[in-house]
Design a protein around this ligand. Structure first.
Ligand SMILES: Nc1ncnc2c1ncn2[C@@H]1O[C@H](COP(=O)(O)OP(=O)(O)OP(=O)(O)O)[C@@H](O)[C@H]1O
Ligand SMILES: [Mg+2]
Length: 258
């Protein structure tokens, strides 16, 4: 990719405010940029608005009654909420992996192939290649190759989560959002997903929501600290964790707040 394109932010969030109904805003005047092929962590205590924010980034909040936003979210320079933008296309380019893995009641193969099929891939030879590549990228291929035609119920929760990551990769998104992807995982599976996230940034832009401070420090290049709907501080992860500018960030990263 051209260096100028690589250096340009893939997402620019400008003065974003969000409401559900007529109450106080859930997010207040957030501005930050997401760099391409980096991991950006969004951290903060429960209810501070992390999920609300990432759901704005791939237009998942379109389905939420009374949802309203002001400000702009630019994706590759294009306003995501412009009237000519197709939200389904946005969700293909900006994928989401949730905390609780929810595989389909189909074979392991079909779970991943589904992703490619909704992006328009039809020939089975091509699907085979995408399924293998996606499962390899999700560090799951070796564990499931002999059981591709079986359903995911027999997989551990951690394996199911990596299957959901493979399904998201098969759609070939540019950006992949993880909303607390290790929330349901045990201490053996959690480092596998963290390692995966670090590897995936060679090819994708990752946004990683977590309320585990040390996890954000381990996986991310940039971090934003949200508190009560406000983006208190955003910057290089090392700086956020070792030399924060705002006293609230300092209290949060040292475990004294939230
Ligand atoms: N659909 C909705 N309608 C009304 N209020 C909502 C809706 N979804 C979230 N909220 C409110 O918005 C606020 C932020 O919630 P959000 O889920 O974004 O926080 P979060 O930081 O992701 O929390 P957690 O760490 O627990 O996942 C909360 O007060 C929540 O009750
Ligand atoms: Mg959340």
């Amino acid at each position: 990719m051209d260096k100028n394109v690589l250096d340009a932010p893939i997402l620019s969030i400008r003065n974003l405010s969000v409401w559900y109904g007529n109450s106080e805003p859930i997010l207040r005047d957030l501005s930050f940029e997401v760099k391409r092929r980096r991991v950006t962590a969004l951290i903060g205590p429960s209810n501070c608005g992390k999920s609300t924010l990432v759901r704005c980034l791939n237009r998942l909040n379109d389905f939420t009654p009374n949802f309203r936003l002001t400000g702009e979210i630019l994706f590759n320079g294009q306003n995501l909420y412009a009237s000519e933008v197709d939200a389904t296309e946005v969700r293909k380019q900006i994928g989401m992996v949730f905390g609780k893995p929810v595989p389909f009641h189909k074979s392991i193969y079909q779970n991943v192939a589904y992703g490619a099929q909704i992006s328009g891939v039809k020939p089975s030879a091509q699907l085979d290649v995408i399924v293998e590549k996606s499962l390899r990228s999700a560090n799951l291929w070796d564990e499931v190759e002999p059981i591709l035609n079986e359903t995911p119920e027999r997989l551990s929760i951690g394996q199911q989560q990596r299957l959901c990551i493979a399904r998201a990769l098969a759609i070939a998104p540019e950006v992949l959002i993880f909303d607390e992807p290790c929330g349901e995982l045990d201490p053996v599976e959690t480092p596998k997903v963290e390692a995966l996230v670090r590897n995936l940034k060679q090819d994708y832009t990752l946004i990683f929501v977590t309320n585990k401070r040390r996890q954000a420090a381990r996986v991310s290049d940039f971090a934003g600290f949200l508190y009560c709907g406000e983006l208190v501080e955003f910057g290089a992860t090392e700086k956020i964790f070792t030399n924060p500018q705002d006293v609230r960030t300092e209290q949060y990263v040292t475990g004294r707040l939230g």
